[in-house]
Ligand binder design. Structure first.
Ligand code: 13P
Length: 253
């Protein structure tokens, strides 16, 4: 049985007061559920607050990015070992907003994936196509390039300690979600790319879906056989919605 994960990506949202209210509410509403991991990925300045607040709870936490370097003259960057010192579990790697807005390349994303594991963190590797690429028939090629860069640099065995997130760019923050069937098709395809190198690793790999997941559509999407949970943006900022999405994931196990 694959582990399921529901991770909240707060993106650049929050304040100490807002975080406190959100975390307090999440701790109250999300009880430990067998086989389901729950995590929140907060902006860097709040990681210590999040770590403190979640200590002793069943919710883990992650960061939204890391440097591919371990230390050095890289102003503004944060290394995996710095995150690990605070008890970080997960780190997003190659989110489409990093790829698009910050020009992160496939090979840089792969280097970040390797750096995360070097520091003992679990990378959540994000992959996904734009609408233009989907409509132009380029989706499979784009996904292959994104995954292959990491497979080549890290090796397939590295996927035993990683999570894959399928996030179609056209579904992020748009209210337009992939249909459960569309999500399933791509998740199965992503799993097959890993299976081509190691079937056992592919079978055990947690692949989560992200893109306008809400309480109203979560259960349907999570019911698909290759969808092992979600990466939640907007709805993770509303405690009740995030808790409802976690419940939906727990119900379909
Ligand atoms: P939304 O859930 O707001 O569409 O964001 C998805 C996302 O980018 C999570 O990383």
């Amino acid at each position: 049985m694959r582990r399921r994960l529901v991770a909240g990506n707060w993106k650049m949202h929050g304040s100490r007061a807002v975080n406190l209210a959100l975390l307090t509410s999440l701790k109250r509403s999300i009880a430990q559920v067998g086989g389901l991991d729950v995590a929140v990925c907060a902006p860097y300045p709040y990681l210590e607050q999040v770590a403190e607040s979640l200590r002793g709870s069943s919710i883990s936490w992650g960061a939204q990015d890391l440097s591919e370097h371990d230390a050095g003259a890289y102003t503004g960057e944060v290394s995996g070992s710095m995150l690990a010192e605070f008890g970080c579990t997960y780190v997003l790697v190659g989110h489409s907003e990093r790829r698009v807005l910050h020009g992160e390349t496939d090979s840089q994303v792969a280097a970040k994936f390797v750096a995360a594991q070097r520091a003992g963190l679990v990378p959540v590797l994000c992959a996904g196509e734009t609408l233009e690429q989907r409509d132009g028939g380029e989706m499979q090629g784009v996904l292959l390039r994104q995954i292959d860069a990491v497979l080549k640099m890290a090796g397939v065995a590295a996927f035993k300690r990683a999570v894959l997130a399928y996030e179609p760019v056209w579904a992020i923050g748009t209210g337009r979600t992939a249909s459960p069937v569309q999500a399933q098709e791509v998740h199965r395809h992503l799993r097959s790319l890993v299976a081509a190198q190691d079937a056992e690793v592919a079978e055990g790999l947690t692949i989560v879906y992200g893109g306008s997941v809400k309480p109203g559509n979560a259960k349907e999407i999570f019911s698909m056989p290759d969808v092992d949970g979600g990466l939640i943006g907007g709805a993770s900022l509303v405690a009740g919605d995030f808790a409802a999405i976690c419940s939906a994931a727990a119900e379909v196990q």
